[in-house]
Design a protein around this ligand. Structure first.
Ligand SMILES: [Zn+2]
Length: 208
């Protein structure tokens, strides 16, 4: 079992390789595939956005069997996301969970749009996503931030990641117990579309 701290280091190292354009490719080949037919031991769980520009395995330079990835627009947390995290943490003893948001997230933009210029015929299904992002965006609209749309979106992306981290930490008894007793760590991060850098900004253990 890889500890949360070591798993975090593996992701940070992988992202550095990705940013430097020095990706390794051995872990996606046939040898690796054949090693994994009977079992898997993913060292991290990533709840990320569906955005085509932010595939977790690529931005962290990981291969087959390394990451248990859940992707949904806006990296929101609904019961099926919590269930997926519970499943992986319990079944594979994975000890790190990363909520990965990103700059310029369309789900955040759609939520801001819906709150400032409501569209009447928004699909009920899309609405279900916007509704989960809304509590992170609404308080920001009451500040001076709306005058600066880049700042508003940046702050909303991070608020939404923090909210998802909170839902995972407190929305499940199984996860709460794993956090308390077994070293499960839930952190939040933001990927920059411009630089490729993943900034882990929420819930990092203090360096010792
Ligand atoms: Zn997105």
């Amino acid at each position: 079992m890889i500890s949360a701290r070591d798993a975090l280091r593996l992701l940070q190292d992988g992202n550095r390789r990705f940013v430097a354009d020095r990706k390794r490719d051995a872990r996606v080949g046939a040898t690796r595939r054949n090693e994994l037919t009977e079992r898997q031991e993913p060292f991290a769980i990533v709840l990320g956005c569906s955005d085509s520009r932010v595939p977790a395995e690529i931005v962290f330079d990981q291969g087959l069997g390394d990451l248990f990835v859940i992707r949904v627009a806006g990296n929101i947390v609904a019961p099926s996301q919590i269930g997926s995290v519970e499943f992986a943490a319990d079944r594979f003893n994975t000890r790190l969970v990363v909520v990965l948001g990103h700059s310029g997230c369309g789900a955040i933009l759609a939520t801001i749009e819906q709150l400032t210029r409501p569209v009447e015929k928004q699909s009920r299904n899309l609405h279900a996503i916007v509704d989960r992002v809304r509590p992170s965006v609404e308080p920001l609209l009451a500040t001076d931030l709306p005058n600066d749309s880049a700042e508003l979106v940046g702050n909303a992306v991070r608020a939404n990641v923090r909210a998802s981290v909170g839902h995972l930490r407190h929305g499940s008894e199984i996860l709460e117990q794993l956090i308390e007793r077994d070293g499960l760590l839930v952190v939040g991060a933001e990927y920059s579309l411009e630089t490729g850098v993943v900034d882990f900004f929420e819930g990092l253990p203090s360096e010792r």
